[in-house]
Design a protein around this ligand. Sequence first.
Ligand code: RIB
Ligand code: CA
Length: 304
Amino acid sequence: MTTKIIMDTDPGIDDAAALTMAINDPSIDLKLITTVAGNVTVDKTTINAQKIVRFFNAKIPVASGAEQPLFKDFEDAARIHGESGMPGYDFPTDLPKPLDKTAVEALHDEIMASDEPITLVPTGSYTNIALLFSEYPEVKSHIKEIVAMGGALGKGNMTSAAEFNVFTDPDAAAIMYKSGVPIVMVGLDITMKALLTHESIQELPQISETGKMLHDIIVNDGDNSDKGIAMHDVNTIFYLLHPEAIKTEDMWIDVQTDGPAIGETVGDIRGAYHDGKTNAKVSVDIDAVEFNKWFLEEVRAIKN
Ligand code: RIB
Ligand code: CA
């Protein structure tokens, strides 16, 4: 049984690794890739998405999306992902053309044409998702769930309060969390726990050309420590394939859209302030050893 998904993404080194798993795992049917400004500008995130599609000769359409957040000034993460957004490997240059429609139009058309509800997997800011829901609210009932990388109950990574994807476009995140569509929040609480260890990273080049490509880009990721490198976005695909390895708690999530805590995801952790209502399954713990094992198994299973 395969899960039909659309990834809305801002490659981005960890986005590229997540796309690699989604494109190649037989349990996932990646129908469309849409891009958004985030780690770098949207022209670059789109080229990077096309590079990954071309690397695997995948027949998956790419549609370019929002250049700016809804209201907030755009601030990239080139200090983490490099000026190109995906440095370190010589990808093929004969890239497939992106779709001649916007990300929002492509999302609408793919979701409404699907014979079963689609899972949305945003791994950048949620600007395209917010625009989609505002322009085409009818798509909501055709979405199975949103498995979103972003947010944190604990410490942020842009400020002590805010994680990058939510911080980049807090107004879009607020629209998504108020949409009524079921959400799984894959936040820093688990993505900073399940680091890809340096031992795992060093194994990659020996596996295959895919392993070498992932190694060569991942070693440039600025989100690193002596314990390993954060593969934030890959955790969304790990959740889809191995939900048993991630502990979630149902709660109401609000998004702060102004003030010094702008971009904070505020969890009603005691269920005390929303009449018992919840709008998200929030990831609170993960089997980090299992994540590393799975990451390497996924790469070994890719024939190229
Ligand atoms: O905070 C981590 C998130 O910000 C990841 O999606 C990473 O790719 C960056 O976009
Ligand atoms: Ca990302």
